[in-house]
Design a protein around this ligand. Structure first.
Ligand code: TYD
Ligand code: MG
Length: 457
């Protein structure tokens, strides 16, 4: 049969497929993202081409699961925790992040650390972005040049698959999936079809041979992993490596994990000798806090399973604009607008002629609504120019009617605060679990934002 090429038009933003070219993608609404891609009759479509009749499956019972999944420690505790307790054999981990954030550095450190473990596993680091010498220079800088890591520079998936098939690999790193190329697929590296086809081949091999596969993925301007969303569905774990430019802290966050909890974070600090784990992030985030300054409030947050204390800074100043400015770093702008609106409507605080700037110190991004109360207090403190007590932490969600709602795990938050020497806390009212701690830490439980004003009188 003559080889028949299939043409299709794929949105490079969302992966939607069209039979004809069009200017705008109906699925995601983006313009000029649709490109022609060709699938040869072999290659990507061989997924179902060869077994037309199919073979029978062996069905089994639900019982009989292993008590515990075998996990391999990477020797980097922060990464182990984010992965749910270590690397699972045959699992695939996608690591996304902005360019220059430290993905290659982290994974090289992981490779070296695993390669040096007692059972001497085979570890492969395949770079499609950097030449061998570049990786070697980095390894030297990190002091890892003597680790038994197998290094290669390649972008050809077929070569990589052939080499790995022969190996007894335990961990494989592909840096990055957007540079990889499968010659059967006639589109450029980084295109949706290539990324999908290359990942498919690699993942299939990882499952078959039982090695842990790390795929590095670039992110788009919107902060999503470039290429189709399907890539996130194909892998077991998705980790994002984030951090503000100009800060040393790097946060590894799990957004999907088939083998553990999500929203878990690992905290690292980028130093001149690579990434160093931060075992006690609260102490670090609060290290540069200056006491007795208005507009500063310590929020007792939870990231994944771990309590983290961070300083929330607000600056309220007379606006020179007709519509006042609201600028936020590290939190949700809409959430700030909501908190400000509640303060205006329920407490009679006038902010309509004031610019409000909000900053989460240290470069952490907070997503919890539990930070509402701390934000409100920081804003009122800045507006009234009265500092909050330096030894006080705050948490609580604010509702539209001004009520303060309970949040999850209050005792864990208070315990962390106590550990770091805080002596008082403003929290939502009545939660049985908080009572136990109330002797150690001075609790002010409040039910409504109107009560906040009294605190400043
Ligand atoms: P890199 O791992 O190349 O980032 P990515 O792979 O995510 O693009 O990190 C590069 C940055 O990290 C670069 O700006 C320099 C910095 N860096 C250090 O500060 N210390 C180090 O030891 C190393 C290796 C890199
Ligand atoms: Mg890199």
């Amino acid at each position: 049969m003559a080889k028949k090429d299939l043409k299709q038009y794929v949105c490079q933003n969302c992966g939607a497929i069209y039979p004809k070219w069009q200017g705008k993608c109906d699925a995601c609404g983006e313009w000029n993202t649709i490109q022609e891609e060709t699938l040869s009759s072999e290659g990507f479509s061989n997924i179902n081409a060869k077994h037309s009749s199919g073979k029978e499956l062996d069905f089994v019972a639900l019982s009989g699961a292993k008590e515990q999944i075998d996990r391999r420690s990477t020797g980097i505790a922060e990464l182990d925790r984010v992965c749910g307790g270590g690397l699972v054999a045959g699992s695939v981990i996608l690591v996304g992040g902005d360019p220059g954030i430290g993905k290659s550095t982290l994974l090289l450190q992981v490779c070296a650390s695993v390669a040096n473990s007692a059972d001497k596993p085979e570890v492969y680091y395949i770079s499609g972005e950097e030449a061998i010498d570049q990786v070697r220079i980095r390894a030297k800088r990190l002091g890892l040049e003597n680790s038994p890591v197998n290094l290669a520079s390649s972008t050809e998936i077929k070569d990589i698959i052939t080499s790995l098939k022969k190996s007894d690999a335990a961990v494989v790193v592909i840096d990055s999936i957007q540079t990889m190329y499968l010659s059967d697929v006639d589109s450029t590296p980084g295109s949706v079809t290539q990324v999908r086809a290359c990942s498919y081949e690699l993942i299939k091999l990882a499952k078959k041979k039982g090695f842990t596969l790390f795929l590095v993925g670039h992110v788009t301007k919107q902060g999503e992993i470039a290429g189709p969303r399907v890539l996130e569905h194909m892998v077991d774990t998705v980790l994002y490596f984030e951090g503000e430019r100009g800060h040393h802290f790097r946060i590894l966050r799990s957004v999907k994990n088939r083998y553990g909890a999500t929203d878990e974070i690992g905290v690292f600090e980028m130093q001149d000798k690579g990434l160093v784990e931060v075992a006690n992030p609260s102490a670090l985030f609060l290290a540069e806090r200056q006491g007795n300054i208005s507009g500063s409030c310590v929020f007792a947050g939870i990231e994944g399973s771990r309590p983290v204390l961070v300083e929330i800074q607000a600056l309220v100043s007379q606006s020179g604009y007709s519509s006042p400015k609201r600028a936020v770093v590290g939190w949700d702008t809409n959430r700030l607008s909501m908190v400000l609106a509640v303060l205006e409507a329920r407490c009679g605080i006038n902010l309509s002629s004031q610019d409000v700037y909000l900053n989460i110190a240290g470069g952490l991004r907070i997503t919890e609504p539990a930070a509402d109360l701390a934000v409100a207090l920081a804003v009122i403190s800045s507006l009234s120019n009265k500092p909050l007590p330096a030894d006080m932490v705050v948490f609580g969600e604010i509702g539209l009617s001004g009520e303060i709602r309970a949040v999850s795990q209050p005792s864990l938050r208070l315990k962390e605060a106590k550990k770091l020497g805080f002596t008082s806390a403003i929290t939502p009212t009545n939660r049985a679990s908080e009572k136990k701690l109330s002797e150690d830490i001075n609790l002010h439980q409040i039910g409504n934002v109107q009560r906040l004003i009294n605190l400043f009188n």
